[in-house]
Design a protein around this ligand. Structure first.
Ligand SMILES: [Zn+2]
Length: 180
């Protein structure tokens, strides 16, 4: 496994719609494992493939409250098959927007269908932090960041500050875009 460099916003790779995974093969499994290691090292509770510069529909998560009892999820091609009418308003952050947080309203409970690391179709019901996290990571696959749910004024302020910090060398420089 390897810790991968995380793409920091603003970056065009974070604004793309990602391609579905044709099948979960060894390459996808390695990507999932590397993403989990990168997420745990950050530390974070979720990571989407475009955040490591791979424009594929792969996300990993672990929203377990006790870090001593990890509950990792590896999901390819996740889709929501049900969302609750009830919304919840939760504060979100993102490894691609370090040190910024904001409230986002999303459905409180969801059901997600995905391919697991063995290529098996699975369905998971989620609420609370896990539901928020899954929806946040799935947004990344559509090129949507949590700040896109906020007002343009707030969003632009955050993105401008990040750009400034990147230019000043205070954040990791943008990694070169993948060739493929
Ligand atoms: Zn994020």
């Amino acid at each position: 496994m390897a810790i991968l460099p995380i793409v920091i916003a603003p970056d065009p790779r974070l604004k793309q719609v990602c391609a579905p995974v044709a099948r979960v093969d060894d390459q996808v499994r390695r990507l999932m494992d590397d993403m989990l290691e990168t997420m745990y090292a950050a530390p974070g509770i979720g990571l989407a493939a475009p955040q490591v510069g791979v424009l594929q529909r792969v996300i990993v998560l672990d929203a377990a409250p006790d870090k001593a009892d990890p509950q990792p999820y590896r999901m390819a091609n996740p889709e929501l098959v049900w969302v609750s009418d009830q919304d919840c308003n939760a504060e979100e952050g993102c490894l691609s927007l370090p040190d910024y947080f904001g409230d986002v309203v999303r459905p409180a409970d969801i059901r997600v269908r995905y391919l697991d690391h063995e290529g098996e179709i699975r369905e998971t019901a989620a609420g609370g932090l896990l539901a928020t996290c899954i929806q946040h990571e799935m947004d990344h696959l559509e090129g949507i960041l949590f700040v896109d749910h906020m007002s343009a004024l707030k969003r632009n302020m955050i993105l401008r500050k990040l750009l400034k910090a990147k230019k000043a060398g205070l954040l990791p420089a943008t990694q070169p875009a993948a060739v493929s």
